[in-house]
Write a protein that binds this ligand. Structure first.
Ligand code: URA
Length: 203
């Protein structure tokens, strides 16, 4: 286990390794890897799908339009990006923002797992079906559509650490759909409550 004082360094070292990653071909058409960023001691971690165009240009997760929506949802529960850690299932942008492929997810997720081991968040929110499918496979929980399970709180152990797993919609899906936006706002209410209770269910 990485001790408290070592978390920043461990996250930075891992980001440097991700920056040089050639385990799958996705890096070839990109400007930057997007390892993830935020508070390495965060109680709350978000996992999206993959970097988009703005993220590829800046090397930062969720800085495009979906990111602005995410920031608004965070501020609705009195949090900022600096309070949380934001990562993705894959760390390089798939061409044309296509869905990440199975083999790309397989190559990349050891990095995400290492980030979770280092940060040890108490609540993990999966944004959209790709990250929900991946993370919930550890419990295991299966689903067809994200709308079947969104907003459900799944308590479990992830890499020997107690955590609450909450799948929700991807913010990009809510950009043009007010009903999805309302559903996301409701789920953020649940996230805020779980976070407030977090001290009661883990050490
Ligand atoms: N969508 C994602 O899933 N991740 C990002 O970083 C940006 C958009």
């Amino acid at each position: 286990m990485v001790e408290d004082a070592g978390r920043e360094a461990a996250i930075e070292n891992l980001a440097a390794v991700i920056g040089e990653c050639r385990k799958c071909p996705l890096w070839k058409d990109t400007h930057h890897a997007v390892p993830g960023e935020g508070n390495p001691r965060a109680d709350l971690m978000f996992i999206g799908e993959a970097p988009g165009k703005q993220e590829d240009l800046t090397g930062k997760p969720f800085v495009g339009r979906a990111g602005k929506l995410l920031e608004g949802l965070l501020s609705g529960i009195d949090l900022t990006r600096d309070d949380v850690f934001i990562a993705n299932i894959v760390k390089h942008r798939p061409p044309g923002n296509r869905d990440p492929r199975e083999e790309e997810i397989r190559a990349c997720t050891p990095y995400l797992e290492e980030q979770i081991r280092i940060i040890r968040p108490k609540v993990i929110v999966m944004l959209g079906r790709h990250s929900s499918r991946y993370i919930l496979s550890f419990l295991p929980v299966e689903f067809n559509r994200i709308t079947e399970i969104q907003g459900t709180v799944y308590p479990g152990l992830l890499f020997d650490h107690p955590v609450r797993l909450i799948p929700t919609l991807h913010p990009a899906a809510a950009l043009y759909n007010p009903r999805y936006r309302e559903a996301l706002e409701e789920d953020f209410g649940i996230i805020g409550r779980e976070l407030a209770a977090a001290g009661d269910f883990t050490t």
